[in-house]
Ligand binder design. Structure first.
Ligand code: SF4
Length: 215
């Protein structure tokens, strides 16, 4: 990477992440905010590839809240079984779909506050839908973002909520959504949970975890 003497460590890290992953984007397939919401609920403790395989079939028949609520809990569980946690996920999807129909006129709400009122929608899911589907500025902290940002030293926190606060304070708002995807890409490709590939990582000279290993 190229160093700019006027940049601090966090700025250098963000600059390098932007250089590494200029085309970073969501791996979940969706055509509407509703499809994205369902896909994100399904993605808890499940790979994006598995979710995409499941939603391709599910959305071919049930791509709207109106169509989804025609399914019984058991019928929906049959579609999403392979995503894991299928009982709770089916319950959340049906309940959120009913809320969207009854409280939001059939459209997924576009604010984080309203998204958080939907069943099964926590801060991470609300942030993803807000930023990806509606173009809002948000940093969703999933397992990769949490791990990589704390290793790098962009955050220094032991909870996703505090990590989000740390990241919002060190990343310019215009980059919040992009940084979410940069950190996910880096977590998947280099900074693995079990064996981070520090020897191949161009961020190693800037990384707090790497520096601590050498002490
Ligand atoms: S140097 Fe190692 S721990 Fe730090 S970001 Fe790179 S892979 Fe992760």
């Amino acid at each position: 990477m190229r160093y700019n003497l006027h940049m601090n460590t966090n700025e250098l890290i963000l600059s390098e992440l932007a250089r590494l992953y200029p085309d970073a984007r969501p791996a979940l397939e969706y055509r509407t905010p509703y499809e994205l919401l369902v896909a994100v609920i399904l993605s808890a403790q499940c790979t994006d590839e598995r979710v995409n395989a499941v939603t391709r079939e599910l959305f071919s028949e049930h791509a709207t809240p109106q169509a989804m609520v025609r399914l019984t809990q058991e019928e929906l569980e049959g579609y999403i079984y392979s995503c894991g946690l299928y009982h709770a996920k089916a319950k959340h999807i049906l309940s959120a779909s009913r809320d969207i129909l009854e409280k939001f006129g059939g459209s997924v709400p576009s604010t984080i506050r309203e998204l958080r009122t939907l069943s099964g929608v926590g801060q991470k899911t609300a942030n993803v839908v807000y930023s990806v589907a509606f173009g809002g500025d948000a940093i969703a902290v999933d397992t990769h973002v949490f791990r990589v940002s704390n290793r790098l030293g962009l955050a220094s926190s032991d909870t996703p909520a505090r990590t989000e606060e740390d990241l919002r304070s060190v990343i310019p708002q215009r980059d919040w959504s992009k940084a979410h995807h940069w950190l996910i890409y880096h977590g998947r490709r280099v900074c693995h949970a079990q064996r981070p590939d520090c020897a191949a990582c161009t961020l190693a000279p800037l990384c707090a975890f790497r520096a601590a290993q050498k002490e």
